[in-house]
Write a protein that binds this ligand. Structure first.
Ligand SMILES: C[S@@+](CC[C@H](N)C(=O)[O-])C[C@H]1O[C@@H](n2cnc3c(N)ncnc32)[C@H](O)[C@@H]1O
Length: 195
């Protein structure tokens, strides 16, 4: 499904970074693991700020576009095609993990998120934005599957070893390509791994 979506030459989520990430990028610690990186807009932005970024995604078409975008902007990013249902990041390796619109079913999250916490160094940062369960009734983006949508309670529960710095659900205008197109309910989460 994702390879098909990305088959378009155009960048379907745009080439500008997610605005929540851009606003809070100063808090990120190097190196950065980006989950479900897609076509590279966020990784390229972070690399342009001098961060070393490792982007993982299940779509080889998306990540090929990510590398093309990086080249066009004169930055380097590392990418790996992998199913996040099987992906195992190295322990205590990353300063930060970024997850933007990386909607995953709960069985995958329940396996992956403990590994995400483990892959962070002490005091490492997780930054996540996802559509919330309240997005179910809107047609402005995100999966039509309650299980894959987030709430503040879910995110806090699923990262028990991280101390929230910011955790909120809000409505905001999301205009990030043709699938993210208007007023939306999102959960935003920034947390620090407990030392
Ligand atoms: C909505 S896009 C977001 C892409 C990117 N984070 C962004 O903000 O532009 C969701 C991404 O999740 C990836 N994805 C979904 N399920 C996945 C899985 N099980 N393993 C790896 N990637 C997955 C898709 O390939 C797609 O690139």
């Amino acid at each position: 499904m994702w390879n098909q979506r990305y088959a378009d030459d155009a960048y379907i989520y745009g080439t500008d970074p997610n605005s929540f990430l851009a606003e809070h990028a100063h808090i990120l610690i190097d190196p950065v693991l980006s989950l479900a990186e897609g076509e590279g807009r966020n990784a390229v932005f972070l690399a342009s700020r001098g961060l070393n970024v490792y982007g993982v995604d299940g779509s080889e078409v998306g990540l090929a576009k990510a590398q093309k975008l990086a080249q066009s902007q004169g930055v380097e990013i590392q990418t790996e095609v992998a199913d996040l249902g099987l992906f195992k990041p190295p322990a205590h390796h990353y300063g930060s993990v970024v997850s933007i619109s990386a909607h995953l079913p709960s069985p995958i999250r329940n396996r992956l998120y403990p590994l995400v916490e483990r892959c962070l160094k002490p005091n490492g940062i997780i930054l996540l934005e996802a559509y919330s369960e309240n997005q179910m009734t809107r047609d402005t983006g995100g999966p039509k599957d309650l299980d894959m949508l987030m709430t503040c309670a879910k995110v806090e529960h699923e990262f028990p070893h991280c101390e929230p710095i910011l955790i909120r659900e809000l409505e905001r205008e999301v205009r990030e390509g043709k699938y993210h197109t208007g007023m939306a309910s999102v959960v935003q989460f920034i947390a620090r791994k407990k030392a």
